[in-house]
Design a binder for this molecule. Structure first.
Ligand code: HGY
Ligand code: MN
Ligand code: MN
Ligand code: MN
Length: 408
């Protein structure tokens, strides 16, 4: 176990070097130089562990250990390797590194499975560069059409295709993957909350994942001189946007049952200290374990936003992403619990307030997910930390689970 823990730590430490903001957390945007360095590292390790490596037309990376059955569906293990701006070292990479080490155990034990095993490293789960999120997994199952993919642009107007080409990726490679090629998908992820740490339990078996939506609101006003424009002749987009944002939390509180709402990104145009803002674009992220709460708060948000379209202010709203709450596969959940018990690893059931690639793939294959504790429940920040010992525990459970799934 020590050797495994050390290997995990080495992977995590090396990957955390690939950040655009050293010393200020992990910033690894999709198709950036940091993406490329991580990609090359992961592909190198996949080859070292005896896997056949390929990338798809989104830049998702697959490392395959062929099975004895020809053209059989794969048991996939993995997560994403992009990050939020100034995030942590474990959100995403913990799952990719765990998948690598599961393949490492197959290699170490000279195991050739019946069904193939695939290590999967997915792109743009966070949506930090192109918006929305879960892009690699949605694309893989055909939920993101070619046109929509090509129309995605980052905040500098760079398209996905241009950004891919810049780091040597080929957007013309096959994109959609036939669900018949997937037997199961296992994802290890950090909990990103306080529950496991408070309970002092190293493993959470994820039962369900909240439903979520990402909206983008645009508020248009009229630019003007901050000094010469009387207050009663202004159409100040930022004042209107700030008023809307200030009223959003109440919509989630009214819905109750753990419903949450967040504005995490806001851009002001032209963003000059002495210019009355003429346009503001901001995000609204809404989540709940109950779909009717998400739908209800979306409708109330739309009504609130539209009510500000008056007195030379115009508002509009676009839905970038919507995913229903997902219950994960019962059979795999039981298998994960059975393997944890066999390994005498304490576990509990847990639900996820964070979105994950697993929630996308769960409509196309059998999906299982494990959480490990997050120190102080922190994530999406430089303080994010999890114990490689816990990652090693999850590797052990996934190894036993993958052995069963690749034989059955
Ligand atoms: O936003 C989320 O829940 C995930 O970290 N992408
Ligand atoms: Mn994540
Ligand atoms: Mn995240
Ligand atoms: Mn996720």
């Amino acid at each position: 176990m020590v050797e495994l823990k050390e290997s995990i730590e080495n992977h995590i430490n090396q990957i955390s070097e690939y950040t655009a903001t050293p010393g200020k957390g992990t910033t690894r945007l999709t198709y950036s130089q940091e993406d490329l360095k991580t990609r090359n590292y992961l592909k190198g390790k996949m080859r070292e562990y005896g896997l056949q490596v390929r990338e798809d037309g989104f830049g998702n990376i697959f490392g395959k250990l062929e099975g004895t059955l020809k053209d059989a569906p794969s048991v996939m293990v993995g997560s994403h390797f992009d990050s939020v701006p100034h995030g942590g070292s474990y959100d995403g990479p913990a799952g990719v590194v765990a998948a690598l080490e599961v393949a490492g155990l197959f290699a170490k034990n000279n195991l050739t499975p019946r069904y193939p095993l695939e290590v999967v490293a997915l792109v743009e789960e966070e949506g930090a560069r192109f918006g929305g999120g879960l892009m690699g997994s949605r694309g893989m199952v055909g939920l993101l059409g070619e046109g929509d993919f090509q129309n995605l642009r980052d905040q500098n107007g760079v398209s996905t295709v241009e950004a891919m080409t810049e780091i040597g990726l080929d957007p013309s490679l096959p994109k959609k993957r036939d669900p018949k090629t997937m037997k199961a998908f296992l994802e290890l992820h950090i909990e990103q909350g306080p529950i496991l740490e408070e309970k002092e339990i190293p493993i959470g078996v994820v039962e369900a994942i909240v439903g979520l939506t990402q909206l983008e609101v645009t508020v248009k006003g009229q630019a003007g001189h901050a000094g010469t424009t009387p207050m009663d002749r202004r159409a100040d987009a930022l004042v209107a946007a700030a008023s809307i944002i200030g009223r959003l939390p109440e919509l989630a509180r009214e819905a109750g049952e753990g419903t949450v709402i967040t504005t995490g990104r806001l851009n002001v145009f032209p963003n000059g200290a002495n210019v009355i803002p003429d346009q503001v674009v901001f995000s609204v992220d809404i989540r709940s374990g109950k779909e009717e709460n998400v739908l209800n708060v979306i409708e109330k948000t739309k009504t609130l936003v539209h009510s500000y379209s008056k007195n030379r202010i115009q508002t509009s709203l676009e839905q970038l992403l919507y995913i229903q709450p997902k219950e994960l596969n019962r059979g795999i959940r039981s298998l994960l619990k059975e393997k944890s018990e066999a390994l005498e690893i304490p576990y509990c059931s847990i639900n996820s307030g964070a979105g994950h690639d697993a929630m996308v793939l769960s409509d196309y294959t059998d999906v299982g997910m494990l959480f490990i504790p997050s120190k102080n429940g922190l994530s999406h920040c430089p303080e994010e930390w999890s114990d490689s010992e816990d990652i090693a525990r999850a590797v052990g459970i996934f190894y036993e689970t993958a052995k069963s799934l690749t034989e059955a």
